[in-house]
Design a protein around this ligand. Structure first.
Ligand SMILES: CC(C)(COP(=O)(O)OP(=O)(O)OC[C@H]1O[C@@H](n2cnc3c(N)ncnc32)[C@H](O)[C@@H]1OP(=O)(O)O)[C@@H](O)C(=O)NCCC(=O)NCCS
Length: 158
């Protein structure tokens, strides 16, 4: 954070935030890589047991979100995004730490995630204690049909 004050505010989200989440996602993800979800996919996920959503705002504007799912002792970070105009201000870091705290509160022992090979988010994940545990070839399919590998990261929570 190098001297910056982190003014990120976090709140729990729900199905009522779907339009907001979709707007942030459209703004945040580069369509070249095929990492974003559709609104229908998000809605379907939000109705599943164990799924939770955290919304981040700066100066009362919603600028980021994280979506995760826990199943027993494991949890997965499904999506993490910050609007381009709000980046490098600690928003995603705050969201990720909130996901970790909630997972710990749920008794989760391992939090894992998939990230496209070459995504800058890897710097954040490594900084927050995640380690690479695997690779999935051709996991993402870009807008023009290109395939991109995913790397799997995990962090032990206890
Ligand atoms: C990845 C993403 C969520 C980071 O959001 P952010 O709010 O800018 O992240 P933070 O400000 O909390 O950054 C935390 C740290 O991550 C690292 N980091 C973030 N973006 C980086 C970049 N472009 N290059 C290098 N390091 C980066 C840095 O260590 C940074 O700390 P610093 O700013 O003090 O150096 C954002 O760029 C994004 O929405 N990308 C598109 C969606 C995506 O790919 N999501 C992840 C896969 S689901």
């Amino acid at each position: 954070m190098s001297g910056t004050v982190n003014l990120t505010e976090l709140r729990e989200g729900g199905p009522q935030d779907l339009a907001d989440v979709s707007r942030i996602m459209a703004d945040a993800f580069d369509p070249r890589f095929g990492e974003a979800w559709t609104s229908a996919q998000c809605m379907g996920m939000l109705s599943l047991p164990g799924v939770w959503l955290v919304i981040a705002s700066l100066e009362s504007n919603d600028v980021g979100f994280a979506l995760a799912r826990s199943t027993g002792e494991e949890a997965e970070l499904l999506l993490l995004a910050t609007r381009p105009a709000a980046r490098r201000r600690g928003v995603a870091g705050a969201l990720l730490r909130a996901i970790v705290a909630e997972a710990q509160a749920r008794g989760v022992s391992q939090l894992h995630l998939e990230v496209r090979s070459g995504n800058d988010a890897v710097w954040l994940y490594r900084r927050e204690g995640f380690e690479k545990v695997g690779e999935r070839k051709n996991y993402y399919r870009g807008k023009m049909g290109q395939a991109f590998d995913a790397h799997t990261y995990a962090r032990e929570l206890r």
